[in-house]
Design a protein around this ligand. Structure first.
Ligand code: SME
Length: 149
């Protein structure tokens, strides 16, 4: 297991913690460990409504605290159920800008009991920075996060 997965596991496995606090710690760890992760946060489905609400995050304050399904990269992942890697956000029409500094983004869905309940969203100030290993690590992480929710 990679070093970062081990450190994420320590957070995920620590007992007597609120899930929200664990998610916040996960955001902080990823933000510290990856210099090109410049906004790291979670969005979750708002009950039965077709919208996402923001969860714990690390990074600049965003106006996008509620995102309707289908809107932006996050809203598209809520519908597609698939990881969405955007190497260059300027080439995306259906994109909600959080910061003018953001050049790229990756959004990975979280499934609980087969349902898409939310996602992790990472913005970068670099163009095309996300590696195959990042994607694999984040997909693993979302699987582990589902277990504590
Ligand atoms: N860029 C996202 C919106 C969320 S912010 O990046 C935090 C999108 O297009 O859905």
């Amino acid at each position: 297991m990679s070093e970062i997965k081990k450190r994420l596991s320590v957070i995920l496995e620590s007992p007597n913690q609120k899930a929200e606090d664990q998610l916040r710690k996960i955001c902080h760890l990823l933000d510290q460990e990856k210099d090109y992760f410049n906004w790291t946060g979670f969005y979750f489905r708002n009950g039965d409504k077709e919208e996402l609400v923001i969860g714990p995050y690390v990074g600049a304050k965003t106006d996008h605290t509620v995102i309707p399904f289908g809107k932006g990269i996050c809203g598209q992942v809520a519908v597609s159920n698939e990881t969405f890697v955007v190497p260059d956000v300027s080439l995306q029409d259906n994109y909600l800008s959080c910061s003018i500094d953001t050049k790229s983004e990756i959004v990975v869905p979280i499934f609980k009991d087969g349902k898409n309940i939310g996602q992790i969203d990472i913005d970068s100030h670099k163009t095309d920075p996300f590696t195959k290993e990042d994607r694999e690590m984040l997909e693993w992480l979302c699987g582990e996060v589902a277990k504590i929710l």
